[in-house]
Design a protein around this ligand. Structure first.
Ligand SMILES: Nc1ncnc2c1ncn2[C@@H]1O[C@H](COP(=O)(O)OP(=O)(O)OP(=O)(O)O)[C@@H](O)[C@H]1O
Ligand SMILES: Nc1nc2c(ncn2[C@@H]2O[C@H](COP(=O)(O)O)[C@@H](O)[C@H]2O)c(=O)[nH]1
Length: 201
């Protein structure tokens, strides 16, 4: 389970899309949210867009692996898709905030790899939020105002990427993923492979 968090606008969605396009062993977790869709966002692809009662029902019936209030909207991770992907041996990528990351860590610490993206500068962050051109001035202002609090959680993450240039960040994220996949405890079938090797020696 590979988690990407950052202050809003630092580039998680952009980097996630690049990783998904370049690695066929990882699946994106599509969150459910009560936030209204931005222009061009597709239900079921970018998010599952639901109303508040539907979100509450999903939460109360245990359908969410984690959930949080972010910028006055509700967000959560649907459990079945993640469990299905993991049981099929796939890795899962999450674009979620620090609250959701903490909740995943409560039940799956060993299976979690946590990456925090930082913008190079405050001005870059503001410029990125504006350049997305999909949020109102009020929303951009609200997200900039929360950025410092969000960033204060960087110490809870395993890896930090300062997102200067997206292709360079992709190289770094791919390196993290490859190294984490090679951890001994994650290599399924390793002991029988080594046994076979040693028996042949
Ligand atoms: N490395 C980068 N350099 C310049 N612009 C970038 C970079 N990464 C992303 N952007 C741009 O910044 C804007 C915000 O990026 P993106 O939507 O990926 O951020 P996010 O972290 O997913 O935001 P949110 O938390 O609000 O979902 C987009 O217009 C994107 O094209
Ligand atoms: N805890 C969770 N946080 C989530 C989830 N899905 C997205 N997010 C985070 O919300 C903010 C805002 O996202 P936006 O799409 O409205 O810009 C961002 O930090 C996301 O990472 C989730 O399922 N759980």
């Amino acid at each position: 389970m590979l988690v990407l968090s950052s202050p809003s606008g630092a580039g998680k969605t952009t980097l996630s899309r690049k990783l998904l396009a370049s690695d066929d062993r990882i699946t994106m977790s599509v969150s459910v949210t009560t936030r209204p869709p931005r222009p061009g966002e597709v239900d079921g692809k970018d998010y599952y867009f639901v109303d508040v009662p539907t979100f509450h029902r999903m939460r109360d019936e245990g359908e969410l692996l984690e959930h949080a209030v972010v910028f006055d909207n509700l967000y959560g991770t649907p459990r079945p898709a993640v469990e299905l992907a993991l049981s099929a041996g796939r890795d899962v990528l999450f674009d979620i905030d620090w609250q959701g990351t903490q909740q995943l860590g409560e039940t799956a610490q060993q299976d979690l790899v946590k990456v925090f993206l930082l913008p190079p500068t405050a001005a870059d962050l503001e410029q990125r939020l504006r350049s997305r051109a999909q949020d109102s001035e009020e929303v951009v202002h609200q997200r900039m105002a929360k950025a410092s609090d969000e960033i204060s959680h960087y110490t809870e993450y395993d890896y930090i990427i300062i997102n200067h240039e997206v292709d360079d960040s992709l190289v770094k994220l791919t390196a993290i993923l490859q190294a984490e996949r090679l951890k001994r405890r994650r290599l399924t079938g390793l002991s029988s492979f080594v046994k076979g090797l040693r028996d042949a020696l």
